[in-house]
Design a protein around this ligand. Sequence first.
Ligand code: IMP
Ligand code: MG
Length: 179
Amino acid sequence: MNEDVGEILFSAEQIAGIVERMGKQISKDYQGKDLIMISVLKGSLIFMADLMRSIDVPCSIDFLSVTSYGSGTSTTGEVRILKDLDISLEGKDVLVVEDILDSGMTLSFLLKSLKARYPKSIKLCTLLDKPERRRVNITADYIGVQVPDMFIVGYGLDYAEKYRNLPYIAVLKPEIYSE
Ligand code: IMP
Ligand code: MG
């Protein structure tokens, strides 16, 4: 697995620092609010788990799963909800937690769907942002770090469902996905 990756962009320690800083900011902004964190599966699983532990205001969590990619490396433009939320968003301060904001298709679709459920507020939080690839006009309210236009894996991010368990974030060698 480790031999399939090239440059390591962020070590486990660097990621921890980024997540810590985001958690502090979110804790400050959500004091006295009714925070519900929504993890967009599966990519944001690990980020969500770390981020929620660096947040020190009360919060609840829920999960949803969407698909837009199949097993390729670029979006098909189609987004579908595969698993919906269990709990109601009515009156809640919703924070959508994503691993990476790429074309923006996934989040812009989700935002529309979640806004229709009467939340009190809704914000977006993404660990990674690839602004060069944006196809719709969307920015996250909380951004961990910007990354160049390269296909990356690890810390929850996959290629064909693999590499999610790498503790660091690295560039996948192009020969792996061009095979
Ligand atoms: P978007 O709809 O194009 O913004 O795609 C967002 C989703 O695409 C993310 O939640 C990831 O699952 C996936 N994705 C985008 N870029 C990468 C990447 O470089 N590596 C792994 N997954 C990616
Ligand atoms: Mg994915």
